[in-house]
Design a protein around this ligand. Structure first.
Ligand SMILES: *Cc1c(COP(=O)(O)O)cnc(C)c1O
Length: 402
Protein backbone atom coordinates (compact mmCIF):
# COMPACT_ATOMS: atom_id res chain seq x y z
CA UNK A 1 0.00 0.00 0.00
CA UNK A 2 1.10 3.36 -1.33
CA UNK A 3 3.01 5.90 0.74
CA UNK A 4 4.29 3.56 3.40
CA UNK A 5 6.06 1.51 0.74
CA UNK A 6 8.24 4.51 -0.06
CA UNK A 7 9.34 5.81 3.34
CA UNK A 8 13.02 6.65 3.03
CA UNK A 9 15.69 9.29 3.06
CA UNK A 10 13.37 12.09 1.92
CA UNK A 11 11.19 11.70 5.03
CA UNK A 12 14.32 11.42 7.19
CA UNK A 13 15.72 14.66 5.77
CA UNK A 14 12.53 16.58 6.56
CA UNK A 15 12.42 15.13 10.09
CA UNK A 16 16.07 16.06 10.65
CA UNK A 17 15.32 19.68 9.70
CA UNK A 18 12.84 19.73 12.57
CA UNK A 19 15.03 17.83 15.03
CA UNK A 20 17.93 20.20 14.42
CA UNK A 21 15.85 23.10 15.74
CA UNK A 22 14.04 21.02 18.37
CA UNK A 23 10.78 22.92 17.76
CA UNK A 24 8.15 20.19 17.45
CA UNK A 25 5.09 22.45 17.63
CA UNK A 26 3.71 24.25 14.61
CA UNK A 27 2.92 27.54 16.34
CA UNK A 28 5.09 30.01 18.24
CA UNK A 29 8.86 29.76 18.85
CA UNK A 30 9.59 31.76 15.71
CA UNK A 31 13.19 32.55 16.65
CA UNK A 32 14.11 29.05 17.79
CA UNK A 33 12.67 27.33 14.72
CA UNK A 34 15.02 29.17 12.35
CA UNK A 35 12.54 29.34 9.49
CA UNK A 36 11.47 25.70 9.69
CA UNK A 37 7.68 25.43 9.33
CA UNK A 38 6.90 21.93 8.08
CA UNK A 39 3.16 21.87 8.78
CA UNK A 40 2.76 25.25 7.10
CA UNK A 41 4.84 24.12 4.08
CA UNK A 42 2.78 20.95 3.81
CA UNK A 43 -0.46 22.96 3.92
CA UNK A 44 0.83 25.42 1.29
CA UNK A 45 1.90 22.62 -1.05
CA UNK A 46 -1.35 20.72 -0.56
CA UNK A 47 -3.47 23.82 -1.11
CA UNK A 48 -1.67 24.69 -4.35
CA UNK A 49 -1.92 21.10 -5.57
CA UNK A 50 -5.69 20.89 -4.97
CA UNK A 51 -6.22 24.38 -6.32
CA UNK A 52 -8.01 25.70 -3.23
CA UNK A 53 -7.63 28.78 -1.07
CA UNK A 54 -7.24 27.18 2.34
CA UNK A 55 -5.75 24.00 3.80
CA UNK A 56 -5.39 23.11 7.48
CA UNK A 57 -3.30 20.21 8.79
CA UNK A 58 -4.86 18.28 11.68
CA UNK A 59 -4.07 15.18 13.73
CA UNK A 60 -6.01 12.61 11.66
CA UNK A 61 -8.61 12.10 8.97
CA UNK A 62 -11.18 11.51 11.70
CA UNK A 63 -10.18 14.79 13.35
CA UNK A 64 -10.45 16.51 9.94
CA UNK A 65 -14.11 15.44 9.74
CA UNK A 66 -14.82 16.65 13.29
CA UNK A 67 -13.06 19.97 12.67
CA UNK A 68 -14.95 20.49 9.38
CA UNK A 69 -18.32 19.63 10.94
CA UNK A 70 -17.64 22.09 13.75
CA UNK A 71 -16.53 24.77 11.30
CA UNK A 72 -19.79 24.20 9.41
CA UNK A 73 -21.73 24.64 12.64
CA UNK A 74 -23.31 21.19 12.52
CA UNK A 75 -24.39 19.77 15.86
CA UNK A 76 -27.29 18.53 17.99
CA UNK A 77 -30.69 18.35 16.28
CA UNK A 78 -29.06 18.17 12.85
CA UNK A 79 -29.06 15.20 10.51
CA UNK A 80 -26.25 14.37 8.12
CA UNK A 81 -26.60 11.96 5.18
CA UNK A 82 -23.72 9.46 4.93
CA UNK A 83 -23.29 6.43 2.63
CA UNK A 84 -23.49 3.00 4.29
CA UNK A 85 -20.20 2.01 2.62
CA UNK A 86 -17.45 4.04 4.30
CA UNK A 87 -14.91 3.66 7.06
CA UNK A 88 -16.66 3.91 10.45
CA UNK A 89 -14.95 7.27 11.14
CA UNK A 90 -17.38 9.17 8.89
CA UNK A 91 -20.33 8.06 11.03
CA UNK A 92 -18.36 8.50 14.27
CA UNK A 93 -17.51 12.11 13.36
CA UNK A 94 -21.18 13.01 12.89
CA UNK A 95 -22.02 11.46 16.28
CA UNK A 96 -19.02 13.21 17.83
CA UNK A 97 -20.54 16.64 17.08
CA UNK A 98 -23.92 15.48 18.41
CA UNK A 99 -25.68 15.21 15.04
CA UNK A 100 -27.46 12.11 13.75
CA UNK A 101 -25.92 10.24 10.80
CA UNK A 102 -28.56 9.10 8.29
CA UNK A 103 -27.61 6.02 6.28
CA UNK A 104 -27.78 6.28 2.47
CA UNK A 105 -27.45 3.73 -0.32
CA UNK A 106 -24.72 3.63 -2.95
CA UNK A 107 -24.80 3.29 -6.74
CA UNK A 108 -22.62 1.37 -9.19
CA UNK A 109 -19.69 3.67 -8.35
CA UNK A 110 -20.00 2.06 -4.88
CA UNK A 111 -20.16 5.61 -3.52
CA UNK A 112 -23.13 7.72 -2.37
CA UNK A 113 -26.02 7.50 -4.82
CA UNK A 114 -27.16 11.03 -5.76
CA UNK A 115 -30.65 9.71 -6.55
CA UNK A 116 -31.44 8.65 -2.97
CA UNK A 117 -30.54 11.92 -1.26
CA UNK A 118 -33.93 13.58 -1.78
CA UNK A 119 -35.83 10.69 -0.19
CA UNK A 120 -33.75 11.00 3.00
CA UNK A 121 -34.20 14.73 3.55
CA UNK A 122 -36.18 15.82 6.62
CA UNK A 123 -36.56 19.29 8.17
CA UNK A 124 -33.46 18.44 10.28
CA UNK A 125 -31.15 17.57 7.36
CA UNK A 126 -28.20 19.96 7.19
CA UNK A 127 -25.50 18.23 5.25
CA UNK A 128 -24.42 15.33 3.10
CA UNK A 129 -21.02 13.63 3.23
CA UNK A 130 -20.11 11.87 -0.01
CA UNK A 131 -17.15 9.54 0.56
CA UNK A 132 -14.82 8.80 -2.36
CA UNK A 133 -14.13 5.18 -1.43
CA UNK A 134 -11.28 2.93 -2.50
CA UNK A 135 -9.48 5.48 -4.63
CA UNK A 136 -12.30 6.65 -6.91
CA UNK A 137 -14.94 9.33 -7.12
CA UNK A 138 -18.64 9.48 -6.41
CA UNK A 139 -20.93 11.17 -8.97
CA UNK A 140 -19.90 14.33 -7.19
CA UNK A 141 -21.35 16.85 -9.66
CA UNK A 142 -24.81 15.28 -9.33
CA UNK A 143 -24.51 15.08 -5.54
CA UNK A 144 -23.56 18.75 -5.31
CA UNK A 145 -26.47 19.68 -7.63
CA UNK A 146 -29.04 17.85 -5.45
CA UNK A 147 -27.54 19.38 -2.30
CA UNK A 148 -27.68 22.90 -3.79
CA UNK A 149 -31.35 22.45 -4.70
CA UNK A 150 -32.14 21.62 -1.08
CA UNK A 151 -29.75 24.03 0.56
CA UNK A 152 -27.62 21.27 2.05
CA UNK A 153 -23.94 21.56 2.93
CA UNK A 154 -21.57 19.15 1.13
CA UNK A 155 -18.54 17.85 3.03
CA UNK A 156 -16.39 15.49 0.93
CA UNK A 157 -14.62 12.71 2.82
CA UNK A 158 -11.64 12.25 0.50
CA UNK A 159 -9.61 10.14 2.97
CA UNK A 160 -9.26 7.29 0.47
CA UNK A 161 -8.84 9.30 -2.74
CA UNK A 162 -6.05 11.78 -2.13
CA UNK A 163 -4.79 12.97 -5.52
CA UNK A 164 -7.96 11.95 -7.33
CA UNK A 165 -9.78 14.25 -9.73
CA UNK A 166 -13.12 14.46 -11.52
CA UNK A 167 -13.08 16.15 -14.94
CA UNK A 168 -9.72 17.62 -14.06
CA UNK A 169 -10.77 19.10 -10.73
CA UNK A 170 -9.47 17.69 -7.45
CA UNK A 171 -11.75 15.59 -5.28
CA UNK A 172 -12.42 17.39 -2.03
CA UNK A 173 -12.93 20.75 -3.81
CA UNK A 174 -16.50 20.25 -5.07
CA UNK A 175 -18.30 20.70 -1.76
CA UNK A 176 -18.16 23.38 0.93
CA UNK A 177 -15.24 21.57 2.57
CA UNK A 178 -13.12 18.48 1.92
CA UNK A 179 -11.16 16.27 4.29
CA UNK A 180 -8.18 13.92 3.84
CA UNK A 181 -6.40 11.30 5.94
CA UNK A 182 -2.68 10.58 6.15
CA UNK A 183 -2.89 7.60 8.46
CA UNK A 184 -0.35 4.82 7.98
CA UNK A 185 -2.26 2.95 5.25
CA UNK A 186 -3.53 5.86 3.17
CA UNK A 187 -2.17 6.99 -0.24
CA UNK A 188 0.32 9.27 1.50
CA UNK A 189 1.06 9.03 5.21
CA UNK A 190 2.22 11.32 8.01
CA UNK A 191 2.10 8.35 10.45
CA UNK A 192 -1.20 9.92 11.52
CA UNK A 193 -2.61 13.12 10.13
CA UNK A 194 -5.32 14.81 8.15
CA UNK A 195 -6.15 17.91 6.11
CA UNK A 196 -9.21 20.12 5.82
CA UNK A 197 -9.58 22.17 2.63
CA UNK A 198 -12.03 24.86 1.55
CA UNK A 199 -12.38 27.95 -0.64
CA UNK A 200 -14.47 29.70 2.01
CA UNK A 201 -12.48 32.10 4.19
CA UNK A 202 -15.07 32.10 6.99
CA UNK A 203 -15.07 28.29 7.18
CA UNK A 204 -11.27 28.22 7.01
CA UNK A 205 -11.02 30.64 9.94
CA UNK A 206 -13.56 28.72 11.97
CA UNK A 207 -11.72 25.45 11.33
CA UNK A 208 -8.40 27.01 12.29
CA UNK A 209 -9.74 28.52 15.49
CA UNK A 210 -11.62 25.42 16.50
CA UNK A 211 -8.68 23.06 15.96
CA UNK A 212 -6.49 25.05 18.36
CA UNK A 213 -8.68 25.91 21.37
CA UNK A 214 -10.09 29.00 19.67
CA UNK A 215 -6.70 30.69 19.12
CA UNK A 216 -6.86 33.42 16.48
CA UNK A 217 -3.19 33.05 15.50
CA UNK A 218 -2.79 36.79 15.34
CA UNK A 219 0.85 37.45 14.44
CA UNK A 220 0.74 40.76 16.32
CA UNK A 221 -0.07 39.06 19.63
CA UNK A 222 1.79 36.49 21.67
CA UNK A 223 0.02 33.17 22.05
CA UNK A 224 -0.86 33.94 25.65
CA UNK A 225 -2.54 37.19 24.66
CA UNK A 226 -4.65 35.93 21.77
CA UNK A 227 -8.42 36.24 21.87
CA UNK A 228 -10.76 33.30 21.77
CA UNK A 229 -14.04 33.81 20.03
CA UNK A 230 -15.22 30.20 20.19
CA UNK A 231 -14.74 27.19 22.43
CA UNK A 232 -12.40 24.90 20.53
CA UNK A 233 -10.29 21.84 21.10
CA UNK A 234 -6.83 20.54 20.19
CA UNK A 235 -6.42 18.84 16.82
CA UNK A 236 -3.08 20.46 15.90
CA UNK A 237 -0.76 18.65 13.51
CA UNK A 238 2.79 18.63 14.90
CA UNK A 239 6.01 19.40 13.05
CA UNK A 240 7.14 15.77 12.83
CA UNK A 241 3.86 14.83 11.15
CA UNK A 242 4.24 17.87 8.91
CA UNK A 243 7.78 16.79 7.97
CA UNK A 244 6.75 13.25 6.99
CA UNK A 245 3.60 14.50 5.29
CA UNK A 246 5.57 17.01 3.20
CA UNK A 247 8.07 14.39 2.01
CA UNK A 248 5.24 12.00 1.19
CA UNK A 249 3.24 14.70 -0.57
CA UNK A 250 6.15 15.16 -3.01
CA UNK A 251 5.74 11.48 -3.92
CA UNK A 252 1.98 11.64 -4.46
CA UNK A 253 1.99 12.02 -8.25
CA UNK A 254 4.54 9.24 -8.58
CA UNK A 255 2.47 6.95 -6.32
CA UNK A 256 -0.73 7.57 -8.27
CA UNK A 257 1.09 7.12 -11.58
CA UNK A 258 2.58 3.77 -10.59
CA UNK A 259 -0.72 2.58 -9.14
CA UNK A 260 -2.48 3.43 -12.39
CA UNK A 261 0.06 1.45 -14.39
CA UNK A 262 -0.22 -1.53 -12.04
CA UNK A 263 -3.99 -1.34 -11.99
CA UNK A 264 -4.21 -1.37 -15.79
CA UNK A 265 -2.07 -4.51 -15.85
CA UNK A 266 -4.18 -6.10 -13.12
CA UNK A 267 -7.38 -5.25 -14.99
CA UNK A 268 -6.04 -6.91 -18.12
CA UNK A 269 -5.38 -10.11 -16.14
CA UNK A 270 -8.72 -10.10 -14.32
CA UNK A 271 -10.58 -9.51 -17.59
CA UNK A 272 -9.80 -13.12 -18.47
CA UNK A 273 -12.23 -14.32 -15.78
CA UNK A 274 -15.58 -15.44 -17.16
CA UNK A 275 -18.46 -13.15 -16.21
CA UNK A 276 -16.30 -10.50 -14.57
CA UNK A 277 -17.39 -6.85 -14.51
CA UNK A 278 -15.67 -3.77 -13.12
CA UNK A 279 -16.69 -1.02 -10.71
CA UNK A 280 -18.13 2.05 -12.48
CA UNK A 281 -15.75 4.99 -12.34
CA UNK A 282 -17.34 8.25 -13.58
CA UNK A 283 -13.97 9.66 -14.74
CA UNK A 284 -11.30 6.95 -15.10
CA UNK A 285 -8.61 9.61 -15.72
CA UNK A 286 -9.09 10.84 -12.14
CA UNK A 287 -8.92 7.42 -10.47
CA UNK A 288 -6.07 7.17 -7.92
CA UNK A 289 -6.02 3.43 -8.63
CA UNK A 290 -5.48 2.47 -5.00
CA UNK A 291 -7.84 -0.48 -5.48
CA UNK A 292 -9.40 -2.45 -8.28
CA UNK A 293 -13.06 -3.37 -7.76
CA UNK A 294 -14.55 -6.18 -9.85
CA UNK A 295 -17.76 -8.15 -9.57
CA UNK A 296 -19.55 -11.31 -10.59
CA UNK A 297 -23.24 -12.13 -11.07
CA UNK A 298 -23.73 -13.40 -7.51
CA UNK A 299 -22.12 -13.66 -4.09
CA UNK A 300 -21.40 -17.39 -4.33
CA UNK A 301 -19.27 -16.88 -7.44
CA UNK A 302 -17.52 -13.89 -5.86
CA UNK A 303 -16.62 -15.94 -2.78
CA UNK A 304 -15.39 -18.80 -4.97
CA UNK A 305 -13.05 -16.42 -6.76
CA UNK A 306 -11.98 -14.87 -3.44
CA UNK A 307 -11.05 -18.32 -2.12
CA UNK A 308 -9.09 -19.29 -5.23
CA UNK A 309 -7.16 -16.00 -5.22
CA UNK A 310 -6.52 -16.22 -1.46
CA UNK A 311 -5.19 -19.77 -1.64
CA UNK A 312 -2.72 -18.49 -4.21
CA UNK A 313 -1.49 -15.55 -2.17
CA UNK A 314 -3.68 -12.73 -3.48
CA UNK A 315 -6.01 -11.19 -0.89
CA UNK A 316 -9.32 -9.80 -2.11
CA UNK A 317 -11.89 -8.13 0.16
CA UNK A 318 -15.67 -8.50 -0.10
CA UNK A 319 -16.85 -5.49 1.85
CA UNK A 320 -20.22 -6.92 2.80
CA UNK A 321 -18.23 -9.28 5.05
CA UNK A 322 -16.04 -6.52 6.49
CA UNK A 323 -16.48 -5.32 10.08
CA UNK A 324 -15.22 -1.75 9.59
CA UNK A 325 -16.46 -0.40 6.27
CA UNK A 326 -20.11 -1.43 6.06
CA UNK A 327 -22.66 -0.03 8.49
CA UNK A 328 -24.98 -3.07 8.78
CA UNK A 329 -22.01 -4.98 10.26
CA UNK A 330 -21.36 -2.43 13.04
CA UNK A 331 -23.16 -4.12 15.91
CA UNK A 332 -22.04 -1.48 18.40
CA UNK A 333 -23.55 1.16 16.16
CA UNK A 334 -26.83 -0.65 15.62
CA UNK A 335 -27.16 -0.97 19.41
CA UNK A 336 -26.38 2.75 19.93
CA UNK A 337 -23.44 1.87 22.16
CA UNK A 338 -22.33 5.43 22.88
CA UNK A 339 -19.96 6.26 25.71
CA UNK A 340 -22.72 8.32 27.30
CA UNK A 341 -25.41 6.23 29.00
CA UNK A 342 -28.22 8.31 27.50
CA UNK A 343 -27.27 7.17 23.98
CA UNK A 344 -27.12 10.64 22.47
CA UNK A 345 -27.33 11.58 19.66
CA UNK A 346 -29.42 8.55 18.68
CA UNK A 347 -32.03 8.86 21.42
CA UNK A 348 -31.88 12.62 21.69
CA UNK A 349 -35.54 13.50 22.37
CA UNK A 350 -35.24 16.67 20.30
CA UNK A 351 -34.16 14.72 17.23
CA UNK A 352 -37.11 14.73 14.89
CA UNK A 353 -35.82 12.40 12.22
CA UNK A 354 -36.23 8.67 12.01
CA UNK A 355 -33.01 6.80 12.70
CA UNK A 356 -33.13 3.54 10.83
CA UNK A 357 -30.06 1.51 9.96
CA UNK A 358 -31.95 -1.50 8.62
CA UNK A 359 -30.10 -3.12 5.72
CA UNK A 360 -33.35 -3.33 3.75
CA UNK A 361 -33.05 0.41 3.22
CA UNK A 362 -29.87 0.00 1.16
CA UNK A 363 -30.65 -2.61 -1.52
CA UNK A 364 -27.87 -1.61 -3.93
CA UNK A 365 -25.19 -1.86 -1.25
CA UNK A 366 -26.60 -5.19 -0.09
CA UNK A 367 -26.41 -6.54 -3.62
CA UNK A 368 -23.22 -5.00 -5.06
CA UNK A 369 -20.99 -5.16 -1.98
CA UNK A 370 -21.80 -8.85 -1.63
CA UNK A 371 -20.53 -9.74 -5.09
CA UNK A 372 -17.73 -7.21 -5.59
CA UNK A 373 -14.12 -8.02 -4.76
CA UNK A 374 -11.44 -5.42 -4.08
CA UNK A 375 -7.72 -5.96 -4.50
CA UNK A 376 -5.34 -3.33 -3.26
CA UNK A 377 -2.89 -2.01 -5.86
CA UNK A 378 0.66 -1.59 -4.55
CA UNK A 379 3.12 1.01 -5.87
CA UNK A 380 5.94 -1.49 -6.18
CA UNK A 381 5.28 -4.91 -7.72
CA UNK A 382 8.24 -7.17 -8.47
CA UNK A 383 8.30 -9.43 -11.53
CA UNK A 384 8.12 -12.37 -9.14
CA UNK A 385 4.97 -10.94 -7.55
CA UNK A 386 3.38 -10.41 -10.97
CA UNK A 387 4.06 -14.08 -11.62
CA UNK A 388 2.23 -15.02 -8.41
CA UNK A 389 -0.72 -12.80 -9.31
CA UNK A 390 -0.83 -14.33 -12.77
CA UNK A 391 -0.96 -17.84 -11.28
CA UNK A 392 -3.67 -16.82 -8.79
CA UNK A 393 -5.84 -15.39 -11.57
CA UNK A 394 -5.32 -18.53 -13.63
CA UNK A 395 -6.39 -20.63 -10.61
CA UNK A 396 -9.55 -18.49 -10.26
CA UNK A 397 -10.26 -18.91 -13.96
CA UNK A 398 -9.98 -22.68 -13.61
CA UNK A 399 -12.34 -22.74 -10.63
CA UNK A 400 -14.87 -20.59 -12.51
CA UNK A 401 -14.98 -22.83 -15.55
CA UNK A 402 -14.98 -26.09 -13.54
C1 LIG B 1 -9.15 6.42 7.01
C2 LIG B 1 -10.47 7.06 6.85
C3 LIG B 1 -10.93 8.06 7.71
C4 LIG B 1 -10.24 8.40 8.98
O1 LIG B 1 -8.91 8.76 8.86
P1 LIG B 1 -7.89 8.52 10.08
O2 LIG B 1 -6.73 9.36 9.67
O3 LIG B 1 -7.57 7.08 10.11
O4 LIG B 1 -8.53 9.01 11.31
C5 LIG B 1 -12.12 8.69 7.43
N1 LIG B 1 -12.86 8.33 6.38
C6 LIG B 1 -12.48 7.36 5.52
C7 LIG B 1 -13.34 7.02 4.34
C8 LIG B 1 -11.28 6.67 5.75
O5 LIG B 1 -10.91 5.68 4.94
Amino acid sequence: MPGKELIGKEELKEIMDVMETGVLMRYEFDTERKGVYKVRDFEDAFRAYCGVEHALGVTSGSAALVVALNALGIGPEDEVIVPAFTFVATFEAVCEVGAVPVMADIDDTLNLNPDVIESLITPSTRAVIPVHMCGAMARIDEIVAVARRHNLIVLEDTAQSCGGTYKGRHLGTFGNMGTFSFDYVKTITAAEGGMVITNDKTLADRAEWYHDHGHHHDPALSRGQEKHEFIGFNFRMNELQGAVGLAQFRKLDYIVGEQRRNKAKMKEMLSRLDGVGFRAIPDPDGDTATFIGFHFSDGVTAHTVQKALGENGVDAVIYKDNAWHYLPNWEHFLEYKTMNPRKYPFLNPSNKGVVDYNRERIPVAEDLLGRTLFIQIPVIVSDERWGEIERAVTAAKTVLTA
